[in-house]
Design a protein around this ligand. Sequence first.
Ligand SMILES: CC(C)(COP(=O)(O)OP(=O)(O)OC[C@H]1O[C@@H](n2cnc3c(N)ncnc32)[C@H](O)[C@@H]1OP(=O)(O)O)[C@@H](O)C(=O)NCCC(=O)NCCS
Length: 149
Amino acid sequence: MSTVEIRLLDPKGDENLAQDLVQLQIDCITCDGALLRFHPPFDKEKRQQMQLFWENRFRQCRQGLRVSFLAVEKTDVNKESLCGVVDLGLPVADTGPFRADVEMLMVSPHHRRKGIAKKLLFALESYAEEKERTLLANLGFIKFLGRDH
Ligand SMILES: CC(C)(COP(=O)(O)OP(=O)(O)OC[C@H]1O[C@@H](n2cnc3c(N)ncnc32)[C@H](O)[C@@H]1OP(=O)(O)O)[C@@H](O)C(=O)NCCC(=O)NCCS
């Protein structure tokens, strides 16, 4: 019997999760073709780049510039396994102290359509509201700047 819980990433205690986050990211890119920062092939060098990407985000968590919400499956023997994540970027800006960025929403292909993404986003929204970050932004569209021809 296992249950999925949502909790905040502890940027110090959870440093060992960087590799699991890399694997989750690879699974989502491979399975869904999701645009999640990196392209295949996922060789050793690419995995190292991805590991640095997450370690940098842990650093931002420690600096108070971001929080990450994890969905973890708890098994009977009290072990955790990662099944989802979403990040909330908390940029410092005089012009928009109320803004926060929703990033890197990923749920493992083995755990889809069980409401995990919904739970992650619910936790994120409650947190954002508590911190008075009332405008949540996401990369909802992309505009390419360049010549018309
Ligand atoms: C998108 C994603 C996060 C959804 O995770 P999930 O845990 O399966 O989502 P939930 O079970 O919480 O679903 C919530 C609702 O989202 C919608 N939804 C989820 N997956 C969907 C899909 N493949 N197609 C259409 N609607 C979908 C549905 O409305 C669903 O509600 P329902 O199950 O009652 O119909 C997951 O598919 C994923 O990680 N995809 C790859 C990464 C990605 O695309 N991330 C998005 C930002 S880049």
